[in-house]
Design a binder for this molecule. Structure first.
Ligand code: SF4
Length: 121
C-alpha cells in the first residue's frame, strides 16, 4: 500500500502519530508492510491502558478493554491489584492480523509495553 493511501486511513490522533513517526525508537519499517508478518505483543505488566496505541495505529489493531482472565491470572499479585484498581483496563489486539509493522505503536507507547513479534508466516 502506498504511503498516501496509508495516510488516508489515519482517522486517528495525527499529532501523536507524527510524534511517534519521528521517534528513534520506531521500528523503521514503512507503513504498508505485509499484513500478518508481524504482530504487536502487549506486555500487560507494563500497560496502563492509556490508549495511545489506539490513537496512533493506522489499521485499528488495538482497543482498550478488560484484560483476559488467563493474562490477568498470569500477573504477579501486586500487578493484579494495580490492574484491578484501574478496572482491569489494558490494551488488546483484536485485529492483530492487520498489523503492517509500521512501528508507530512501539514508539508511541509511554510505558514501552509493546513489541513487534515476527510471525511464522
Ligand atoms: S506496528 Fe503498531 S501501529 Fe503499526 S500497524 Fe502494527 S499495530 Fe498498528
Amino acid at each position: 500500500m502506498a504511503k498516501a493511501a496509508c495516510a488516508g486511513e489515519m482517522a486517528r490522533d495525527a499529532r501523536k502519530m507524527a510524534r511517534a513517526a519521528r521517534s528513534p525508537r520506531r521500528g523503521g519499517l514503512d507503513c504498508g508492510g505485509r499484513p500478518g508478518a508481524f504482530r504487536p505483543k502487549v506486555d500487560h505488566a507494563k500497560c496502563e491502558g492509556k490508549g495511545v496505541c489506539v490513537a496512533v495505529c493506522p489499521y485499528g489493531v488495538f482497543e482498550v478493554g478488560p484484560i483476559g482472565e488467563a493474562d490477568f491470572r498470569a500477573l504477579p499479585w501486586l500487578l493484579r491489584l494495580k490492574l484491578t484498581i484501574r478496572g482491569r483496563r489494558t490494551a488488546r489486539t483484536p485485529l492483530a492480523d492487520a498489523c503492517r509493522a509500521c512501528g508507530l505503536c512501539v514508539a508511541a507507547c509511554p510505558e514501552r509495553a509493546i513489541a513487534l513479534i515476527e510471525t511464522a508466516q
